[in-house]
Ligand binder design. Structure first.
Ligand code: ADP
Length: 207
């Protein structure tokens, strides 16, 4: 290997994906995780699975989620920390839906600092409110999620603007944010994400 190649060794994919409800985060998260062979960790999915399985955790969070409110930071972080210690997260991870406010950002930061494994990029997926509202109403119709009522959706979007958008300011100050235009076909958006990551030296490891 030449010197130049050594300097271009891929950087690990330790990623956060941020975007309003209906921005297509879930789909893009799966694609990113598949390409980099890392764990995709969606707090919303974990909670929904627990509700479905009627676990203690599921019982604790069901009414909160149905109202479109946020689960407590402590409980949410417990879920994330458990998941990050599993073997498939050892090479990298993509967090989808976490952190969701400044408190969660602080908990994650401290944890990753302790492990000396800081985030390598934060992807901000942007879509205009009218587009996300439209996609959510369609999903409500197709999937029948119990928190996809008009009221809960409006609540989640305003929590996003009030509590989640500010975390981007912090990450921006750390030079971690790539803003991705979320309007376009799924493939176009995926390509935008992959090239933004490549520009940071985050590329899949050779097999
Ligand atoms: P959406 O992005 O459409 O809100 P998610 O699947 O990300 O869907 O989240 C669904 C619900 O799960 C949220 O409305 C909230 O109640 C709960 N939840 C998910 N992630 C978090 C989090 N990081 N902190 C607190 N609550 C969360």
């Amino acid at each position: 290997m030449t010197d130049a190649e050594q300097h271009e060794a891929p950087r690990p994919a330790r990623l956060v994906l941020v975007g309003p409800q209906g921005s297509g985060k879930g789909t893009q998260a799966e694609r990113i995780a598949e390409r980099f062979r890392i764990a995709a960790i969606s707090t919303g999915d974990v909670f929904r699975q627990n509700i479905k399985d009627e676990t203690d955790l599921g019982r604790q969070v069901k009414s909160i989620i149905d109202a479109g409110d946020l689960v407590s930071d402590a409980l949410t972080f417990e879920v994330v920390r458990d998941r990050l210690t599993q073997p498939d997260a050892a090479t990298g991870f993509l967090l989808d839906g976490f952190p969701r406010n400044l408190g969660q950002l602080g908990l994650l930061d401290t944890y990753l600092d302790e492990r000396e494994a800081p985030l390598t990029a934060v992807l901000e997926l942007g879509v205009p409110r009218a587009v996300s509202m439209d996609r959510l109403m369609r999903r409500a119709f197709e999937q029948g999620r119990t928190d996809d009522t008009e009221e809960a959706i409006a609540n989640r979007l305003s929590i996003y603007e009030r509590e989640t958008a500010p975390i981007l300011e912090v990450y921006r100050d750390h030079g971690l944010v790539d803003s991705i235009d979320g309007v376009g076909s799924l493939d176009e958006v995926t390509e935008r994400i992959f090239s933004a990551l490549a520009a940071r030296g985050i590329v899949p490891a050779a097999v």
